[in-house]
Design a protein around this ligand. Structure first.
Ligand code: HEM
Length: 364
């Protein structure tokens, strides 16, 4: 069940010489056309995003969750109160089935961006979790409140409807899983399917209703630098090493002018999880792009990659830079540290009933 995107990107990586001077031609052939073709469509989709966020069956499921979660699901489905007492208790195998369904859908749906929904699923899991505030215990992945406006309309969440919609058929196939568990499980799945480390995951999140939406401004602003990054991530309870490791997820995906306003991928293999983000940060020369858009930086060698001010801040700040250099040199260390910190991110503020985490089998 290998993901086509992963296979293609891995083949691309293997066939691409290590010297960056050979990469651009291969890159533009590989990425320019599909991504351009998609963008026109995605802009149309974005225009109707705010209204649709409220009109899906999300509210029904939020109501069901609020009414008592899994047991209530059986009650409503069967219309028989006696059934509700027999709660379906999912096992690791049941969650592996959800993982497999997400992986299969990733492999099938390659007509999107650079050929994979994986990066935007990772971003959904991160933005669902990254609203956490350790002082108040509010926000975090427990709730999946991005189903509702105003949170779905927060500027930082622009474009994440693509990820939420991608997961709706999975939710329909496995109605017993909460959105909060599904979004985080899908993020773990995407990391693994795109060649990243195993992300041990545990269930237990409950969906909350619209009242639990977090205020705007909890997620980082890419136009800002180190002190803002620290304010945001310290609020969640991360230290400098963890912050740098987490942002290494920018080896995946790209920025979109119709979402954040920024434009382009961070590296040449946006559908493969690597430590390239760090290598390029330290080895490339980044110059300010001259364009009619937000301040961003372009690599001197090819002029095809980008870094945002918040990315480059990781090299300007001495304490951050130490870890950027470490991860640029040591991919295994980055994979290990990323796995640990991504698990921590997805679990912020969740009152789990179990210590046991599942390590899902990646598809062949
Ligand atoms: C200082 C911290 C961060 C800032 C300012 C930031 C900002 C951004 C921005 C502006 C985009 C482009 C969105 C678009 O136009 O589609 C983006 C994309 C992305 N971010 Fe971050 N981010 C940060 C940290 C993280 C973290 C911690 C993760 C995950 C652990 C992450 C994962 C991603 C991924 C995978 C994408 C690509 C999405 C896609 O291809 O659709 N980011 N980020």
């Amino acid at each position: 069940m290998a993901s086509a995107a992963r296979t293609a990107s891995r083949a691309f990586l293997r066939s691409t010489p290590a010297t960056s001077s050979f990469r651009p031609a291969a890159r533009s052939a590989r990425f320019a056309l599909p991504s351009q073709g998609f963008r026109a469509a995605s802009r149309r989709g974005y225009a109707s995003e705010a209204g649709e966020a409220k009109s899906s069956n999300s509210l029904l499921w939020a109501g069901i969750a609020a009414a008592g979660g899994v047991g209530a699901y059986f009650y409503l489905k069967g219309g028989d109160a006696s059934v509700s007492s027999k709660e379906f208790v999912p096992t690791k195998e049941d969650y592996q089935k959800v993982y497999d369904a997400v992986a299969q859908r990733l492999a099938n749906e390659t007509d999107y961006d650079d050929g994979s929904y994986g990066p935007v699923l990772v971003r959904l899991a991160w933005h669902a979790s990254g609203t956490y505030d350790k002082e108040t215990g509010t926000g975090g992945s427990n709730g999946a409140t991005m189903r509702f406006a105003p949170e779905s309309d927060h500027g930082a969440n622009a474009g994440l409807k693509h990820a939420r919609d991608f997961l709706e058929p999975i939710k329909a196939q496995f109605p017993w899983i909460t959105y909060s568990d599904l979004w985080t499980l899908a993020g773990a799945c995407a990391i693994q399917e795109l060649g990243g480390p195993a992300i041990p995951w545990r269930p237990g999140r409950q969906d909350k209703d619209v009242a639990a939406c977090t205020p705007d401004g909890r997620l980082p602003d890419a136009t800002k630098e180190q002190s803002h990054i620290r304010d945001i991530f310290y609020r969640m309870g991360f230290n400098d090493q963890e912050i740098v490791a987490l942002i290494g997820a920018h080896s995946l995906g790209r920025a979109h002018t119709d979402r954040s306003g920024f434009d382009g991928p961070w590296d040449f293999s946006p559908t493969v999880f690597t430590n390239e983000f760090f290598r390029l940060l330290v080895e490339e020369k980044w110059q300010q792009r001259k364009w009619n858009g937000p301040k961003q930086f372009t690599d001197k060698t090819t002029g095809t990659l980008m870094m945002m001010p918040a990315d480059l801040a990781l090299t300007k700040d001495k304490a951050f830079r130490k870890y950027v250099e470490l991860y640029a040199k040591d991919s295994d260390l980055f994979f290990k540290d990323f796995s640990n910190v991504f698990v921590k991110l997805l679990e912020l503020g969740v009152p789990f009933k179990t210590e046991d985490r599942y390590v899902f089998k990646t598809s062949e």
